[in-house]
Design a protein around this ligand. Structure first.
Ligand SMILES: Cc1cc2nc3c(=O)[nH]c(=O)nc-3n(C[C@H](O)[C@H](O)[C@H](O)COP(=O)(O)OP(=O)(O)OC[C@H]3O[C@@H](n4cnc5c(N)ncnc54)[C@H](O)[C@@H]3O)c2cc1C
Length: 296
């Protein structure tokens, strides 16, 4: 039976490759010093969705809410195998906290029509809250399975998923449609395909037409480029707040109760050392202490 899968992905600053000062004097993120990348666990979410499609058939639609340059990760999703990608971008989304983000994503998923599975990464490496997946499920009124490690079975309107737990794993069965948040150890994301990258090199949103025309002036005008991209399945749809029928009071700053009052640097220091005897008993007592202290 084919499944309609939606994957929610976020473009994030690459915190592992900082070129310059990561924070500005005012405590905000210096995005110029951080290249933008596909949130790592969203690649695992995409791979899990692609494996469902490859095995059972259906379609994988990838959605992101972000600024115009977030189209870069949508192209990457296409090159990795997604069937359809959509950019949600509008000044009305700016300043969104997790509540406003999940509200916009919920409206967009509903606009797509019937779906069976929504996949998210467990957590984004910048905001780091792991709230957006669960909040989106709650707003869609569907069950959620967080920390998804693997799909054990899928069929007859049900899914069984293994969840990665700190000290083992848990198997959870639930009805479809449902939302999964996927952990980084779930799979090895497939690389972008060269064939798909060549075929999709012109894929762009209407917000990028001016820069596409600079590189390929032979298209002549934005109208002609739009017609070409639409005819060849290379037009990345751009959805605004109006397109998804969102209530503006729940979007962006207006819909965000979170207020950042201050940003502090936290430096973790060491205050001593513990000697562990190099035998089974020593290791066992160390593990026991780490679990007691909530470190493991
Ligand atoms: C305390 C705090 C205050 C904040 N205040 C502000 C603010 O005032 N203004 C502001 O602009 N931002 C603010 N943010 C950032 C904003 O909340 C997040 O960028 C955004 O809501 C996503 O949350 P996250 O990064 O924690 O994602 P997580 O919840 O960690 O992401 C989990 C998963 O949800 C999905 N997902 C997350 N975001 C998107 C997206 N945009 N599109 C598609 N899928 C997505 C992905 O699958 C991702 O892996 C704040 C964050 C925090 C922690």
């Amino acid at each position: 039976m084919p499944y309609s899968c939606v994957v929610l992905v976020k473009q994030v600053p690459d915190t592992a490759h900082i070129s310059g000062k990561a924070m500005k004097e005012d405590g905000t993120v210096n995005r110029a010093a951080l290249p933008a990348i596909f949130n790592p666990e969203d690649l695992n979410a995409l791979e899990m969705a692609l494996q469902v499609r490859d095995r059972f058939g259906g379609q994988v639609t990838v959605l992101t809410m972000g600024p115009p340059r977030a189209a870069d990760i949508l192209r990457e999703a296409l090159y990795r195998g997604a069937d359809r990608v959509i950019l949600l971008s509008d000044k009305k989304f700016a300043g969104a906290d997790t509540l406003a983000t999940s509200y916009a994503l919920k409206c967009a998923v509903e606009r797509l029509g019937a779906f069976d599975l929504v996949f998210c990464g467990r957590q984004a490496i910048d905001g780091d809250t792991a709230q957006v997946g669960p909040q989106t499920a709650e707003k869609l009124g569907i069950p959620q399975i967080t920390y998804a490690q693997s799909i054990l079975s899928l069929g007859d309107g049900e899914i069984v998923v293994a969840r990665a737990m700190p000290l083992g794993r848990e198997e959870v069965k639930c009805t479809l449609p449902c939302l999964l948040t996927v952990v980084g150890s779930a799979n090895r994301p497939r690389p972008p395909s060269v064939r798909r990258a060549i075929a999709g090199k012109l894929a762009s949103t209407p917000l990028e037409y001016a820069s596409v025309l600079e590189r390929w002036p032979e298209f002549g005008s934005e109208e002609a480029l739009d017609a070409y991209l639409a005819a060849h399945g290379l037009k990345i749809p751009l959805w605004t707040a109006d397109d998804i029928g969102a209530d503006e009071s729940h979007l962006g700053l207006a819909g965000s109760p979170t207020k950042v009052l201050k940003v502090d640097y936290v430096v973790l220091g060491t205050s001593g050392s513990v000697e562990v005897s190099p035998d089974a008993q020593g290791i066992s007592s160390l593990i026991h202490d780490l679990v007691e202290d909530y470190i493991l």
